[in-house]
Design a protein around this ligand. Sequence first.
Ligand code: DGT
Ligand code: CA
Ligand code: CA
Ligand code: ZN
Length: 573
Amino acid sequence: MVNAELVRAFERIADLLEIDGADGFRINSYRRAARTLKDAGEDAAVLAKEGRLQELPGIGKGTAQRIQQFLDSGHIDVLDELEAKFPPGLPGLLDIPGMGPKKVALVHTQLAVKSLDDLKKVIASCELEKLPGLGATSVKKIAEGIAFLERSGGRTPLGIALPIAEVFLDRVRALCGVKQAELAGSLRRGVETIGDIDIVCDAADGEMVIKQFVAFEGVKRVLAAGATKGSVTIELDAEKELQIDLRVVGSDSYGAALQYFTGSKEHNVRLRERAIAKKWRLNEYGLFDGEKSIAGKREADIYKKLGLPCLPPELREDRRELELIEAPELVTVEDIRGDLHMHTVASDGRCTIEEMAAAAKERGYEYIAICDHSKSSTIANGLSVKRMVEHMEKIRAVAKKTKGIAILVGCECDILANGSLDYPDEILAECDWVVASIHSALGSTKHSPTERTLAAIENPYVSMIGHPTGRLLNKRAPMELDMAAVVEAAAINRTILEINSSWQRLDLKDIHVRMALDRGVTLGINTDAHHTDQLSQIRFGVLTARRGGATKADIVNCLSLAGLRKRIERKRL
Ligand code: DGT
Ligand code: CA
Ligand code: CA
Ligand code: ZN
């Protein structure tokens, strides 16, 4: 898809315009177009061909023309002109905390700074602090910003951040004088990676709460400690630090602050527009009619006054959630009745069938499917047909003597480079449940990942496609998969698509979930656990499903065992 390149181009234009001092409206129109393209499930090239670009929100005539120019020539005039105006290393300076576009423009024009290295030099030589409007304090802040950027490098996966955040949230809640506290920001929205952890709390004496917060065990550096906001970092590993922000407000503003700091920024902009349309004001202290607060104590009241259902945080992304008339009842961890993708010692798992079953039963599950690797996954000790036949017998035997939970015979069958499956149909037909996944030749061009996936989807014995795009967060890019085609074929063939809950994967991701649901595809939320400890990762998959708008009716493993069996049979018929 050409979308990713267009997103980069538009974001670049916006950054450069900002440094150039262009007006905010123009800058925002590019940012909005970039966001739209990022979220769009369809290829901009296809939309352009069909003359449908302007159907996307935020894509007007001018933007559509620029997209067309890019498609035709690989260039955008506006971008070329801006690029010629500034050195390539300059826009990156905007990522430094404490460096806004005005300051970037200033160091460029006054000190000929062209890159991060140049900036470090003028800090070291004290030239920077002599510039009008800067001074020692703001230079110190910029230097700290650079240091932080170099230490933190990138966003932290949800699966790392959430458990840490919960420890700090519990500690905040336990502080004397704290009436209530909640996670906010991207973490509360369940975003797959987060910039920093945000916590909002309700207490009368902010200064006292912040004082204790910055002294918590594990705090590495204190960035700010005032009466309403404390900001600290903790050490993630030798090179990386993670920031935690705590905001303290009074009870009357707690709901408003929670709403404001949960974001997203884009969602908040839309909400504020609604308030303004009613001649009200909305900020982190409340919703105001003149000087009078009309909501603020509870988050739900803000939404209610604005004529909206109380939208779950996972949906607050300005992805048309403000058009909802009712808040959807999104799927919860409690709705999950079993886990349909896990490994054992037979392939590359670390626990036995009995151990996995006992742990799943402990979680209150009604069923699991044991899905070990197939023969071509040699690195993962995949099972030959002979070993698989023995393994199936073993699973049935364990299932028979295990009370209180059903154990299905499954496998995770490789989709080979030519699109065929690693086991013959006779073996697959013997399984209760078949996951088919691509594990090798991810970038192969002879048979595209899309072709291979479509072939697997069409096999009557394939119940579900595992981790469909193959991405690893912050590590491996997704395969080039034509998601629209995959979703269409899954719908027609009644093949389930997985939301792999492993925090390194989260695959399908939120916007793909939305695409699948829009086409009526059933999804499965599973952990792909290789150890009993990993069954709890289901929560990350559930958050991802919620971000895509999934209810329990959309999820195959929210069905009863009988319902699940029927669902599998319906495809095989
Ligand atoms: P992150 O930390 O990059 O993963 O993303 P967020 O969404 O947690 O962003 P963060 O930590 O900068 O701020 C938390 C929330 O506070 C954000 O979602 C919305 C709100 N917020 C922060 N700064 C602004 C702002 O300048 N304008 C508006 N409207 N909201 C803001
Ligand atoms: Ca944040
Ligand atoms: Ca923050
Ligand atoms: Zn697996």
